[in-house]
Design a protein around this ligand. Structure first.
Ligand code: PRP
Length: 187
């Protein structure tokens, strides 16, 4: 239990990534993407809901005439998730034909979701597709050949919440990323 901060912090065993570390990485990544996409106007795609907090910070760290799109997906259930199929709950508002697409995720775990998304967006004729993630859990990867182009933090296989990531839809508004106490989800 962390006693120095507000109520939500009492449900954490530790803070894994601080808000200062996140801000520094987001700034660095924004500069790198700005340099890599000079002369281009990429489409930044936010994968709801987990990616939302990271997305809004990252977008403001990129100095390019980018556009924003939002997509919501859900897996069909554990059996189908194994086969790599996800359902689009909210699709893009505009087409991405010949566009340079950057998919922004909060976390890559098995890689199944992003692998499916990348394939689907590729079929829509994007000029290029790159993947950005805030967190990467390499130990959990099942799609071994998934290329993650920009990753901020590699983390161990622990139950993390905050900065967009939830447990039971809560803790997304925690400014830091922490490890959730087993007392919370074993109740
Ligand atoms: C999380 C995350 C990715 C996916 C990663 O979303 O945002 O979309 O799981 O897992 P994978 O690499 O094993 O496919 P989640 O289903 O928790 O939804 P949320 O973003 O709305 O919280």
């Amino acid at each position: 239990m962390i006693e120095t901060e507000g109520r939500m912090y009492q449900d954490l065993t530790k803070i894994l990534v601080t808000r200062e570390e996140i801000a520094a990485k987001v700034d660095e990544l924004g500069k790198k993407i700005t340099a890599d996409y000079q002369g281009k106007a990429p489409v930044l795609i936010c994968i709801l809901k987990g990616g939302a907090v990271f997305f809004t910070d990252l977008a403001r760290a990129i100095d390019l005439p980018l556009t924003m799109e939002f997509m919501a997906i859900s897996s069909y259930g554990s059996a189908t998730k194994t086969s790599g199929v996800v359902r689009v709950v909210k699709d893009l508002d505009n087409d991405i034909l010949n566009k340079d697409v950057i998919i922004v995720e909060d976390i890559v775990d098995s890689g199944v979701t992003l692998n499916y998304l990348k394939g689907m967006l590729g079929h829509r004729g994007a000029a290029s597709i790159r993947i950005v993630t805030l967190l990467d859990k390499p130990a959990r990867r099942r799609v071994k050949d998934l290329k993650v182009d920009y990753s901020c933090f590699n983390i161990p296989d622990e139950f993390v919440v905050g900065y967009g990531l939830d447990y039971d839809q809560k803790y997304r508004n925690l400014p830091d990323i922490g490890v959730l106490s087993p007392n919370v989800y074993e109740k």
